[in-house]
Design a protein around this ligand. Structure first.
Ligand code: NAD
Length: 140
């Protein structure tokens, strides 16, 4: 069967667990090289190793997407490893604890919104320059 993403490079934030992990595996199964970014170092490294053992290409980069410096490092390591970025799944985030506005604690509100802010920041981050259809990326 033809793999649809042969040679492409995919970046997945929150890629060590849940939806992000499933997406990272799906990207790899379709032939993409995968950069997995997450706070969970052990799980991220295990997933990257599992992709490599099954014949794919993957790196794990410990990243807190709420920190611009971490995201810049993630972009740099991905481009160093794979030369380009074709698609980014900006998935990292937390649900927080579901509660009515009146019952929501300040800590719960701030924590979940910090991550939502991070997601917005990822979407306007310079790594979008690496994505086709937005700004052409050249590795020089
Ligand atoms: N599961 C659902 O029903 C559902 C519904 C709506 C939205 N979402 C959103 O989808 C995304 C994935 O959901 P999930 O159920 O797979 O969650 P999950 O908790 O299983 O996985 C999220 C991953 O993101 C990572 N993460 C969290 N904050 C991070 C940060 N600041 N930097 C880097 N990594 C970080 C976590 O370590 C974890 O591995 C989340 O953004 C969530 O808010 C999920």
């Amino acid at each position: 069967m033809t793999r649809q993403l042969e040679g492409a490079v995919a970046l997945v934030t929150g890629g060590a667990a849940g939806i992000g992990k499933a997406a990272a595996l799906a990207f790899a199964e379709q032939g993409a090289k995968v950069a997995i970014a997450d706070l969970k170092v052990d799980r991220g490294n295990e997933l990257a190793d599992a992709v490599e053992r099954s014949g794919g290409k993957a790196i794990f980069v410990r990243t807190d997407v709420s920190r611009t410096g971490d995201v810049e490092e993630l972009i740099g390591k991905t481009v160093t490893a794979f030369g380009r970025i074709d698609c980014a799944f900006n998935n990292a985030g937390i649900e927080g604890t579901l509660a009515t506005t009146a019952d929501c604690t300040e800590e719960n509100f701030d924590r979940s919104h910090q991550n939502r802010g991070a997601r917005v920041r990822q979407e306007r981050h310079p790594h979008q320059r690496h994505l086709p259809g937005r700004y052409p990326y050249r590795d020089d």
